[in-house]
Design a protein around this ligand. Structure first.
Ligand SMILES: [Zn+2]
Length: 173
């Protein structure tokens, strides 16, 4: 597991976990080209709302392309730096990115559908699992969330801002 920390670790009770490819950014065949990032969600102000409500933001991503030597880790980190800058430009805050660089045959605990990345993040931030949310696009995302005990929702093709808004505004959490 590769963990990119963008801010000091402190307890955050609620975290939005976002899958990267096909959820946060579109599959345009250039997932790991920092110059060709296309965001799925048009309403990027949603990230400011998360920040205003002290909700953490963490990306949870399988990147077997690293294990396959298709991309260097530096290149993947460049993509995440761009994403971080974009989120900050709208008043948001990307706290961290968790990557599984392994292949399916490696049988690791971190590769989704396994829950390793979610569980490690929850523990790192001392978050309240049931008050977090994981949004992804694949059954492997859902399975990792179910196993970790974190609520899950499927992103729509058009984005996910409405479901984040509904969740973030729910003060019963
Ligand atoms: Zn792994």
């Amino acid at each position: 597991m590769i963990i990119q920390l963008y801010s000091k670790i402190q307890p955050i009770s609620r975290i939005l976990f976002l899958d990267r490819d096909n959820t946060l950014i579109k599959d345009n065949g250039y997932f790991n080209d920092p110059k060709k990032i296309v965001y799925t969600e048009k309403n990027m102000s949603i990230f400011k709302i998360l920040n205003d409500k002290n909700i953490g933001l963490t990306i949870i991503s399988n990147q077997s392309s690293i294990g396959l030597n298709m991309y260097k880790i530096d290149t993947v980190m460049q993509v995440h730096k761009k994403i971080k800058e974009k989120i900050e430009s709208v008043g948001g805050n990307l706290h961290s990115v968790f990557i599984c660089p392994h292949l399916r045959i490696d049988n690791c605990f971190c590769r989704k559908p396994n829950p390793g990345m979610l569980l490690t993040a929850v523990n790192l931030y001392n978050a309240q699992k049931k008050h977090c949310l994981f949004i992804g696009d694949k059954i492997s995302d859902e399975l990792s969330a179910v196993t970790a005990g974190v609520p899950f929702k499927y992103a729509k093709r058009s984005g996910y801002s409405d479901m984040i808004l509904e969740w973030a505004m729910n003060d019963n959490h």
